[in-house]
Every structure is written in structure tokens, then in C-alpha cells.
Design a protein around this ligand. Structure first.
Ligand code: SDX
Length: 424
């Protein structure tokens, strides 16, 4: 039995064979690279729901089983036993760090957490009400002007230098912008604090008040970053790979990924969840909005519900739900938001419309409430998603760059336009 599929064109009875490629886990793929040459036709796959765009050894998702693993480690095990920087190291170096490797990696990041002081002028260019994602996307793109030598680097050492620099500086960009818009004194990175604690410190501290964080706050934030670290070929990762396939500057690739993640159907959903819970406002209005979410004539969708891949539970949502409840019990939050969120979950998880469409709470449904409990403003949630996801984007980009040959991403189309000039 040959490992192929046969396609028959019933218009003329012609048949074509295409090889089946097997991975180490999950669905096999049909290699249709020669389809156009053999048949003169393209495939059509809106949203690429049935299309694999690359080989990857980084993250595996099983949407039916609700499985997510990074380089063979299950996400629930990682969230329970490791810290965010362990996972960043695993994504970059393909193995979990020893104690010494962890200490050295953490030191590398600390040493890169300051910004070129000239870049601080960027924050003066934006109105105070500018969305943090607009500022962050511009800051990362601007890094390509400050770190030009990366334009032509050609070895993994330079990739790692670039990757560590970006992971280290993104929290500083976000924190500095937050303080700048409020007229607060800039709080520089405290190199004696951990990666996660340092970000919350830069947000909250004042020269007279160095603030002490509760362990549950640092753990909650560290876990949110970990659960956002990488997620296979989602829209923003596909964007990073697409821009990377043109050999654009790596910081341009990541800046493009930030733009893609900003959309409310993707990384902007966590902000959308909180805004929706605040808009619904009370438990007795939930039914009205569930009805709207089910109405095809109403563009309203339940933020934080549904997923392109997970047609069962999102394993990240499971981890976050437990953490959300623990954090809120310890530090509290606007209980009305929790009541509204709980009511939405109760109804949606038992309503035929959501069940038949496999619409379950995704990572964003709970992450927004955790960030809210940590006192992070709604408009910064997507930027926090970027902070978590940037190591994933970089590991996927490095995997692309390590290929023997890089084919530029250039899909085709089904043309449905005019075939001749319109009547004069
Ligand atoms: C992330 O890809 C990733 O991995 C992304 C991510 C990552 O880590 O990178 O996991 C992060 O982006 C999570 C998703 C965050 N987005 C939201 O929470 C926004 C709300 N969700 C929807 O916009 C939607 O569910 C998507 C975009 C997440 C998935 O969309 P699909 O797979 O294209 O599904 P679809 O639009 O084809 O919907 C299928 C059906 C439709 O109804 P029918 O036409 O079949 O009758 O389900 C309905 C949709 O109308 N539907 C919803 C809904 N999501 C889908 N109805 C109400 N509320 C919703 N949220």
C-alpha cells in the first residue's frame, strides 16, 4: 500500500497521486506542492483551516483532546513545575535549563532589559491615550533602526542575541509607556528581582515606595505569560513566518506579529472579554447578550469563547481558571465581574448553540480577569499577551531561518473579477 492519495478530476477522468507525509504526532499531511503543475488548479481553503504551512518541532496541539505541549512537555506540567523563563529557554534551546543555565539565562536577560536612552523619546511622540499596542508595535519596529547589525547576521548565536534582547526589552517598553502616559517617574528595571516580578515592580513602584509583591501575584502573572508563550501556527505566528520568509529584518517580523495579535478575534480578545463583562454589567443582563451572541444577524460575539483548533476545552483555560479563583480569593476583584463571567460560563456550557459549535472558554476568558485582579489596565492586556508570546514567535522564526531553503510565502487565489473592461 503506497503512502499516497489519488485525486480524480471527474470532468475528464484524469487521476493524480500525491504523497502523504507523516509527522511524529497528530494528523498526516498531503503534500500538494505539485498540484498546480500537475493539474493546473489551486486548492481553496479559507482561513487555512485544513492547511499545514510548515514542518515544526516546537508546539503540538490536539484540538479534539484539548492537548498542548511544547517540545514534548505538557503545558499543565510546565505550569505546575516550571517558571516562564524555563519555558522561554526550552523554546529557544530545545531543552529545559539546568540550574546554572537558568541563572545564566536570567542574567543575560537582565543585562538587556534597559533601553537605549534615545528610544525614550518615542514615548513623547504618542498621545497619552494611544493604545499600548500601537506604541509597542512602533517601539519594536524602531529596534531595527537601533540594532542594524542584525540585518545581515547569519548564525544562531546572533539569533539568540536578538531573541534575548527582544524578550528582555519588551517588558521595559510596556512599563515605561504606562508610566509616561500617567506622568509617573520612570522606574528602571530592578536587576535584583525576577523577570516577572520586575515587570510588576516597574508598573507599581515609586522612588519613595519600592512595593513588595505577594507571591500569588508573581506566580499568577508568571503563569499567564507561560500559557501565552507559543501556540503552533496561529494568525500572529503565521504572520511572523510570512514576513520572515521575505528575509525582512527580524524586528520587522515581530512588529508585524504584534499587529496581527492586536485583532479582537485573536490577542485583543482578553481586553474584549473584560470590556464585554463591564458592558453586560450585571448577571440579570447575561441572557440578553447570550441571545445576541447566538443571533446570526447580530455581529455580537462572546469574547473569550470559541477557538479555531480547540473543539473541546482549551487546556490553558483550565489552568488559568484555577489560578483565577485562587488569586481572586487572596486579593479580591470586582466581584460583579466574576458573577457575570460565572453566569456566562454556566449558560454557554449548557446551551445547544455553543455545545453544537464546540464553543468553550479559551485562554482569554480567564486571563483578562487575572490581569484585572493584578491591577493592570484593560488596554494593556494585549501587550501582556505580546510579552508572553514573543519567545514563541522568535523560536518559530528561528526554526524558519534554520531551514536549508526558505520559500517566500506567496499563496494564489480564485479569481472572480471582470474578464474584460466594463462597458464604456
Ligand atoms: C486566540 O489560533 C490560536 O491559537 C489563537 C490563540 C493563540 O494562543 O494564539 O489561541 C489566541 O486568539 C484565542 C481566541 C480569542 N478570540 C476570541 O475569544 C474572540 C471570540 N471567538 C471567535 O471570534 C471565534 O471563535 C474564533 C475567531 C476564535 C474562531 O473562529 P473560527 O474557528 O473561524 O470559527 P467560526 O468563526 O467559523 O465560527 C463557527 C461557528 C459560527 O456559527 P455558524 O456560522 O456555524 O452558525 O461558531 C460561531 C460562529 O458564528 N462562533 C461564535 C463565537 N465563535 C464562533 N458565536 C458566538 N460567540 C463566539 N465567540
Amino acid at each position: 500500500m503506497s503512502n499516497t492519495v489519488t485525486l480524480t478530476d471527474n470532468r475528464n477522468g484524469k487521476s493524480y497521486e500525491f504523497p502523504i507525509l507523516d509527522g511524529t504526532k497528530g494528523p498526516s499531511v498531503i503534500d500538494i506542492s505539485s498540484l498546480y503543475k500537475d493539474t493546473g488548479m489551486f486548492t481553496f481553503d479559507r482561513g487555512y483551516t485544513s492547511t499545514a504551512m510548515c514542518r515544526s518541532a516546537i508546539t503540538y496541539i490536539d484540538g479534539e483532546k484539548g492537548e498542548l505541549m511544547h517540545r514534548g512537555y505538557d503545558i499543565a506540567w510546565l505550569a505546575k513545575n516550571k517558571m516562564y523563563l524555563d519555558l522561554v529557554y526550552l523554546l529557544f534551546y530545545k531543552h529545559l535549563p539546568s540550574q546554572d543555565e537558568f541563572v545564566s539565562f536570567k542574567k543575560d536577560l537582565k543585562e538587556r532589559s534597559y533601553l537605549n536612552e534615545k528610544m525614550l523619546k518615542l514615548f513623547d511622540c504618542f498621545p497619552d491615550k494611544a493604545h499600548p499596542m500601537a506604541v509597542l508595535q512602533a517601539c519594536v519596529a524602531t529596534m531595527s533602526a537601533y540594532y542594524k547589525r542584525d540585518m545581515n547576521f547569519d548564525d544562531m548565536h546572533d539569533y539568540m542575541e536578538l531573541a534575548k534582547r527582544l524578550v528582555a526589552k519588551i517588558p521595559t517598553f510596556i512599563a515605561f509607556h504606562y508610566r509616561h502616559t500617567r506622568g509617573f517617574p520612570t522606574i528602571y528595571p530592578d536587576l535584583d528581582r525576577g523577570f516577572t516580578e520586575n515587570f510588576l515592580y516597574m508598573l507599581r513602584a515609586f522612588p519613595h515606595n519600592k512595593v513588595e509583591l505577594r507571591p500569588i501575584e508573581a506566580k499568577a502573572f508568571d503563569t499567564v505569560l507561560m500559557l501565552h508563550a507559543d501556540h503552533e501556527q496561529n494568525a500572529s505566528t503565521t504572520t511572523v513566518r510570512t514576513v520572515g520568509s521575505t528575509h525582512a529584518h527580524p524586528y520587522s517580523c515581530i512588529s508585524a506579529g504584534i499587529g496581527a495579535l492586536w485583532g479582537h478575534a485573536h490577542g485583543g480578545a482578553n481586553e474584549g472579554v473584560i470590556r464585554q463583562l463591564e458592558m453586560i454589567g450585571s448577571v440579570d443582563r447575561v441572557d440578553e447578550f447570550i441571545k445576541r451572541a447566538k443571533d446570526h444577524n447580530d455581529p455580537f460575539r462572546l469574547m473569550g469563547f470559541g477557538h479555531r483548533v480547540y473543539k473541546n476545552f482549551d487546556p490553558r483555560a483550565k489552568v488559568l481558571k484555577g489560578l483565577r479563583d485562587q488569586l481572586i480569593n487572596e486579593i479580591g476583584i470586582d466581584s460583579n465581574l466574576i458573577k457575570v463571567a460565572t453566569r456566562i460560563e454556566e449558560i454557554a456550557l449548557n446551551d445547544e448553540y455553543f455545545i453544537s459549535r464546540n464553543l468553550y472558554p479559551n485562554v482569554d476568558f480567564h486571563s483578562g480577569l487575572i490581569l484585572k485582579a493584578l491591577g493592570i489596565p484593560n488596554e494593556m492586556f494585549a501587550a501582556i499577551f505580546v510579552m508572553g508570546r514573543v519567545p514563541g514567535w522568535l523560536s518559530q522564526w528561528m526554526e524558519l531561518k534554520a531551514q536549508d531553503t526558505i520559500k517566500i510565502v506567496r499563496p494564489r487565489q480564485l479569481y472572480v473579477g471582470p474578464t474584460c473592461p466594463p462597458e464604456a
